[in-house]
Design a protein around this ligand. Structure first.
Ligand code: 16G
Length: 255
């Protein structure tokens, strides 16, 4: 079936409740799920969809705009709307304290990073609390766009006490590698994950549409002495990451 046939209104319009633009959006999503529109396939022009469905161009535009915000469709100036190639999904265990570089190399993927900030700064109030610093301490801060096989995956802003990382410029590929060498690699961490919609600047850096779903992750890592070594705030692309936790019953025999 072609997309033109699939969008003929008799088959779907009015069959589900809700505004017309939502119905059209869902119909286009179905076309993608069923493979009628494959990755990188182009959508018929707005005008054509409007003629085909009898909907106004404003309604059609609204449906397409929602798909753009969700990251399903991308618009290329002058050439129209296309189905976005799905991002290669990374499945990440929540129970192992590993570094980004290790996570990716275990999957045979190459990590690259773009430096957004690297140096010694006065700590922000959040960093003071996160790392247990006093106001006249300085903090080592590294802010990176992390990519795997060239695909941007996350924005990562790590802050460390200065005696743990006296020279942030030393960090080349991997922060944990530098910490390992100085005997400061964390052995335990607490991580908090929350859902967000990407802000304009975050989306731009991650190469996706503003408003798309993302994951905000805060990690506080500890040495075996209990001292905090790292306070990291990361933003991951929601379409490229699945976090997986293994759950076990505490004492299976007793229950
Ligand atoms: C992971 C950690 C981050 C740590 C980084 C070190 C999460 C959410 N975050 O991305 O806290 O700073 O690894 O990676 O997992 P690196 O050794 O490759 O620089």
């Amino acid at each position: 079936m072609t997309i033109t046939e699939f969008l003929l209104p008799d088959y779907w319009m009015g069959q589900t409740p809700g505004p017309r633009y939502v119905q059209l959006r869902q119909r286009i999503e179905e076309a993608i799920e069923e493979g009628i529109l494959g990755p990188d396939a182009s959508l018929p022009p707005e005008r054509e969809i409007a003629e085909l469905t009898g909907l106004s161009r404003v309604t059609v535009r609204k449906a397409i705009q929602e798909l753009v915000t969700k990251g399903t469709i991308i618009q290329r100036q002058g050439s129209g709307s296309f189905v976005r190639e799905p991002a290669a999904k990374v499945e990440q265990s929540l129970s192992r304290l590993t570094s980004f570089t290790e996570d990716m190399s275990r999957r045979g993927m190459e990590t690259t990073s773009k430096w957004l900030e690297r140096g010694v700064f006065l700590p922000s109030p959040e960093e003071i609390v996160g790392l247990g610093l006093s106001t006249d301490d300085s903090v080592a801060r590294i802010y990176r766009l992390r990519e795997s096989n060239g695909q941007p995956l996350a924005l990562e802003r790590a802050a460390l006490p200065l005696d743990i990382l006296p020279n942030p410029i030393e960090v080349g590929k991997s922060l944990y590698e530098v910490l390992e060498k100085s005997g400061n690699r964390p052995i335990r961490a607490i991580q908090k994950i929350s859902a967000i919609n990407l802000e304009d600047e975050e989306a731009r850096l991650l190469g996706v549409e503003p408003g798309m779903a993302g994951l905000k992750i805060q990690r506080i890592s500890y040495l075996d002495t209990g001292r905090v070594v790292e306070f990291t705030r990361s933003i991951y692309r929601g379409d490229a990451y699945d976090f997986v936790a293994e759950l076990r019953l505490d004492n299976p025999k007793e229950s």
